[in-house]
Design a protein around this ligand. Sequence first.
Ligand code: GEK
Length: 241
Amino acid sequence: MDKDRIYAKSLASIADFRFDAQVADVFADMIERSVPGYRAIITMIETLAGHYAMPGTRLYDLGCSLGAATLAMRRGIAAEGCRILSIDNSEAMVERCRRAVERDHNPTPVEMVCADILDLEVRDASVAVLNFTLQFIPPGRRLGLLRSLCAGMRPGGVLILSEKVCFDDPHLDGLLAEIHHDFKRAHGYSDLEISQKRTALENVLVPETIQTHRNRLLEAGFSSVDVWFQCFNFMSMLAIK
Ligand code: GEK
């Protein structure tokens, strides 16, 4: 796995973060060392797919990057006749994800699509995964996306929504942001890397509170919504239709 050194040297100007080839090459290392609990969430997506995948339905990995959640769902599915659709709008990610899927010998068919998830029509879904993807969608478009996602799901189906979050209490918000930086330092990132990456993500990754996510999921049509995993300012929710 190539090591993420993208922000290791001092940069004269810091452009907005993009999921280009440079990022895709180091993404596996980047996300493991940046997102507390990422590995645990991926492992549980396997278990959740085993529980929720219904025979003859589709499972969606929205913003699939290198396909970690796709491969986890593929391992976990117990129902017959399922297919997985994995979507990302970064050509560099889709290309690498396609290779990973080809190397993974498992009979469940996976269709890879390079597209904007805002343009996607979801149908017949029993499981949908937004694993740290909604945070990159402009906030004004998030409700519409979740509404159409919910409309395309089978009753009893599940959305797994993982996000970086913020907190209304400014003390807690600052504290958990600082603890997240401690986590990154403990995983080998320098203060310079942490601060340059934070600048790059400033206008690109927009976190919201857990309450905002909860209310919007209910408004979008999901009937039962709650957090099943949290580590510092990163969490994952289940939203059941
Ligand atoms: C994982 N889920 O490893 N349409 C399609 N893809 C998008 C869009 C969009 N509008 N916006 C962003 N993306 C993965 C990790 S990373 C999370 C997901 C992170 C894609 C983007 O190209 C990137 O690959 C992914 O969403 C977000 O489980 O980097 O923190």
